[in-house]
Design a protein around this ligand. Sequence first.
Ligand SMILES: Nc1ncnc2c1ncn2[C@@H]1O[C@H](COP(=O)(O)OP(=O)(O)OP(=O)(O)O)[C@@H](O)[C@H]1O
Ligand SMILES: [Mg+2]
Length: 1125
Amino acid sequence: MDLKTGREFDVPIGAVVKLCDSGQIQVVDDEGNEHWISPQNASHIKPMHPTSIHGVEDMIRLGDLNEAGILRNLLIRYREHLIYTYTGSILVAVNPYQLLPIYSPEQIRLYTNKKIGEMPPHIFAIADNCYFNMQRNNKDQCCIISGESGAGKTESTKLILQFLAAISGQHSWIEQQVLEANPILEAFGNAKTIRNDNSSRFGKYIDIHFNKRGAIEGAKIEQYLLEKSRVCRQAQDERNYHVFYCMLRGMTLEQKKKLGLGKATDYNYLAMGNCTTCDGRDDSKEYANIRSAMKVLMFTDTENWEISKLLAAILHMGNLQYEARTYDNLDACEVVQSASLITAASLLEVEPQDVMNCLTSRTIITRGETVSTPLSMEQALDVRDAFVKGIYGRLFVWIVEKINAAIYRPPSQELKSIRRSIGLLDIFGFENFTVNSFEQLCINFANENLQQFFVRHVFKLEQEEYNLENINWQHIEFTDNQDALDMIAIKPMNIISLIDEESKFPKGTDATMLHKLNSQHKLNTNYIPPKNNYETQFGINHFAGIVYYETKGFLEKNRDTLHGDIIQLVHSSKNKFIKQIFQADVAMGAETRKRSPTLSSQFKRSLELLMRTLSVCQPFFVRCIKPNEYKKPMLFDRELCVRQLRYSGMMETIRIRRAGYPIRYTFVEFVDRYRVLMPGVKPAYKQGDLRGTCQRIAEAVLGKDDDWQIGKTKIFLKDHHDMLLEIERDKAITDKVILIQKVVRGFKDRSNFLKVRNSVLMIQRYWRGHNCRKNYGAMRIGFLRLQALYRSRKLHKQYHMARRRIIEFQARCRGYLVRRAFRHRLWAVLTVQAYARGMIARRLYKRLRGEYHRRLEAEKLRLAEEERLRKEMSAKKAKEEAEKKHQVRLAQLAREDAEREVKEKEEARRKKELLEKMEKARNEPVNDSEMVDKMFGFLGTTSSLPGQEGQAPNGFEDLEQAQKELEEEDLDAALPLPEEEEEDLSEYKFAKFAATYFQGTTTHTYIRRPLKQPLLYHEDEGDQLAALAVWITILRFMGDLPEPKYHTAMSDGGEKIPVMTKIYETLGKKTYKKELQALQGEGEVTAAAVKETLTHIDGHKKNSVRHKLVSLTLKKKSKLTEETT
Ligand SMILES: Nc1ncnc2c1ncn2[C@@H]1O[C@H](COP(=O)(O)OP(=O)(O)OP(=O)(O)O)[C@@H](O)[C@H]1O
Ligand SMILES: [Mg+2]
C-alpha cells in the first residue's frame, strides 16, 4: 500500500485487507495502523506477491523485488528475531540490540562447511564460506562489512573473527594475539557517541592469514582515517576515546600520582560532552582487559608506561589556560603558568618554557631569516589542539604498527604460494549529515569505491551466471558510479587532486578551492555547484544520493601537518617514545614536510591499495542495518531502514538483476511450481527431461517468441513473465482448489448429512416409538375405561332393570302387604272406630241417661218438695220454693257435669301427650345402655307388676302386644272387646311360669344373692354350673355382687367392656361351645338358665330353640353395637 506521502524515504507498506464494505476497503498495515481506501484511491494498493507474505531467506527470490518488498521482508523476519537475510550474495544483518542465542559453539558447529542457502542466513555462513572458498579455490577472500554507525559492523567483524578462530582452531598463541588486537584497537579507536556506545572512529581492514592447513598464521591490520578531532572536541553526550576513561579508572593511585592524574571530570578534553561514564561499560575492568591484551600483543611495560604518559600529557595539555596579550599591535597570548603545564612538559620531557613558546608563537623562515610571530589566542588554541591530535594520531598509528609487528609474519619466499588470507573490512558506511566536511568527503569517496567494487562484483556474478547457463546477455545494461568516481578521484583535475593542489598552494584558501572546483566541474551532472558566490557548499551526486560538503576547513584538514615549532619541540624532548612516534616528521626537513603527502592523497593511496587487495579477492558483502536510533530491541523505523537500504547499494543488485532476467528458477523449482499450468505434467522428481518440460510449459504460457531464456540448469524470466506465470498459476490453483474444495465440501457435507440423517432417523425412531407407546398407553387406558364404562353401563342397566323389577316387585309386594295391612287396619280401624264410637255413644248415652236420671230425680225431688212444701205453705209458694231448690240442684248438676267434662278433657289431653311421647321415643336413635335398661329395666323393680314394666325392648314386641292387650284389657274392663279377639295370657305370666318350671321354692322375683341351685332343672352338671355362673354374672351386672378384681382393673382404663363379653368370659369357651353344640343337636332341651330367665317362654321344645337363637342374635347385635360405638 502506497500512501503517497511524497516523503523521501517513504515506501509502500505491506498491509492486510480486513474488510471490504460498500466499495471501500479497510486495511491494516504492517505497523498495525488501519486505513480506509476509497475506490478513487484504488491505485494506492496493489496485490502483494506471494513471496512477500511470509518472507523469504533470500530476497532475490522476492517477487516484489523493490525497496518496499525488501523492507517488508526484513521487517517480518526481524519481528521473528531473524536478523539475517540474504540478497543474493549479500548478507543483510539487522542489529537486534539484544543478545540472541545464535552464536553458541553449537551454532558454529552447525554452520561449519555448509553452502550458502543450506542453512538459514547467518553471519557464520558467510564466515564459513569465506573460509572454505579460500581453501577450495585457493583464493583470497574478503568480507566487506558496511553500514551506519551503530549498525553492527564491528560486532559482525568480531563474530566472523571468532568463527574463523573456532573452525581453524588450534588455540594457538597467534590466534589469541589476533583476537586480542580488537580490545586494544577499540580502546584507542572507539568512543561513545550518540549513535553508538562503542563507535569505531576509524576504518579498519584486518587481513587474516592462514597457512596451508587452514590455521591462522598471522594477521595484518590496516587502519583508515582515525577521527583525531575527537581527542579535543566531543559533542554533547559523547565521550573521548575509551582509553582515557579506562586509564583514569583502572590505574593504581600510585601510577596516577606519577602522571599527576585525577578524575575524568577534571579534564577539559574528557568532560566536554558532560558524559564521562557509559552505561553497560565498566572502564576499570576494560582497563585490565586492555593491559592484558597489550601483554599478549607484546607491548612492553615501558611502552605501556610511555603510552600512559603521552595520554596523561594530552589530558594536561587540554587543561592549559591561556591569557590574551597584545604585542606591537598584534594579537598574542600567553600560557598561564600552571601545574598542568609543568606536568605536561615533564611528561613530554620538554622544558615548560619551550612548550609555552611553541604553543604561543610561530617561527617563519623568510629569505633565510627566522622570524618568530606571536599567535592570537584562537590560533594558539588551534596549535595546541593540532599538537594533541598529532600526538594521538601518531600514537594510534604506532599502536597499530606495534600490533602488526606482533601478529604479522611477512611471507617467506617459499611459502608465498600457499598462504591464503581472508580480509575483513569494517569501514564506515555512506555518510550524509546536516553539515558534511572533509572527512565525509573521504568516507563517501571510499564508499563510492566500494560501491563500484560491489556493483562490478554483482554484475560479474550475473555475467558469470549467464555465461554458465549459456544465456545471451549482450543487451543487459546497468549504470554504475564510474562517472562520480571519475569526477572525485580518477580523471585529471578531479576533486581530490584540486583540493590537494590548493592545499599545497601557499595562498590557497577554502574559497579559492571551491572556486576551482566550480569552474572545473560545474558542467558535470554529478557536481552541484553552490547557488551563489557567498555559499561555501558544493554538492556531489553520490550513488546513494546528493551530499553537500561545507568547504570551510577543508584545506587545513587536508594538509594535516604540524608546525615546525612543534616538531622542533618534540625533537628537543628527552622522551624517546614521543620521538619515536614523531620519527618520520622529525626525520623530514621543513621543506620536505611541506611537500609531504596530504591526508587526501594518503587516504587515496591506501584506498587504492585496499581496492587492489579486494579486487584479487573473492568478496562477500555484509550490510548492517540499524533498525532504530534508540538502541532499542524490536523497534523498526521504516524510514531509517529505507535510507540505509538505499545507501547500502543493495538496490544496485536489484537494478542489475532487473536489467537482465531478474526471475530465475531451477528446472526443478519451475516444474514443481508451474506444472499445474499444463495438465498431465508429473512432479519434477518423476521427470526425465526437466529442461524440455520447462520449455513446454514456458512456451505454452508465455509464448515462443517472448524474451525469456532457458539455460542449462535454470530458466531465466523477466518480471512480467513471472507475473503472468503467477497469475496463471494462481488461476489454475484456484480452479484446483475450488475443485478440491468442492469434492471435500461435498464429501464433508454428505458425510455430515448422512450422520445427521442417521441421527434424525434414530431420533424419529425413538420419538415415534415413544409416541406410539404413549398413544397406545393412552388408548389402552381409554379402551379400559370404555370397557369399564360399557360394562358399568351394562351392569348399571342390568342393575337398574333388576332394581326396577325388584322395586316393582317390592312395590307390588308392598302394595299387596300394604293393601292387606291397610285392609286389616281399615278393618281394625273400622272395628276400633265402631267400638270407640259405640263406646263414646254408650258413654254419651250413659251420661245422658245419668243426666236424665238425675234431672228426673231432681224433678221428682221438686215435685216431692213441692208436695212437702205445699203442706207447709201455699201451693204457689211451695211451687216457687221447690222451684228455687230445684234450680239450685240443677245448677249443682250442671256444675258437676262441667267438672266431669273438664276432668275428661284433662284425661284425654294426658293420653294424647303420652302417645306423642311414645311416638317420639320410637324415632329416637338406639342407645345401648338405654336399650339394656329397657330390656332389663323391668327386673329392677320387684314390685312392678308383670306387663306394667314399660315398653318392651326390640325383639320383644310380641310381649308389647301382650301388654297392649293388657291395656286393651283395661279398656275392656270398661268396654269389653269382642269375644274372638281375646287370648289367654295367663300362661305367660312370670309367676305362673316360675311356679310351673322353677326348682324348689324359687319365685319369679329377683333375689340379690347367688342361687344355691339353677332355676331350671339340668341334667348335665356343667350346665348347672353354667347356669349358676350366669346368675352370678347377672348379679354382678346388676351391681349386687362386686366385680372380680381383674375386671375392675380392666374397666379402670376407661375401657367399656361389653356385657356379653363379660358373660362369655365368665362362662369360658368350653361352655359357649357346648351351647353351640347343644344348639346343633336339635331337639335337646339344655338351654342356659339365663336365657330361660330372659326369654320367658314355656318348656315347649320348639319355642326354646327359637328363643335361644333370638338370644344369640341379641349377642351378635350387642357385639356389633359395641363395635360400632
Ligand atoms: N549481532 C549482534 N547481536 C547483539 N547486539 C549487537 C549485534 N550487532 C550489534 N549489536 C549491538 O549494537 C551495538 C553497535 O554495534 P557496533 O559497534 O558493531 O556498530 P558499528 O556498526 O561498528 O558502529 P560504528 O560505525 O559506530 O563503529 C553493539 O555495541 C551491540 O550492543
Ligand atoms: Mg564499529
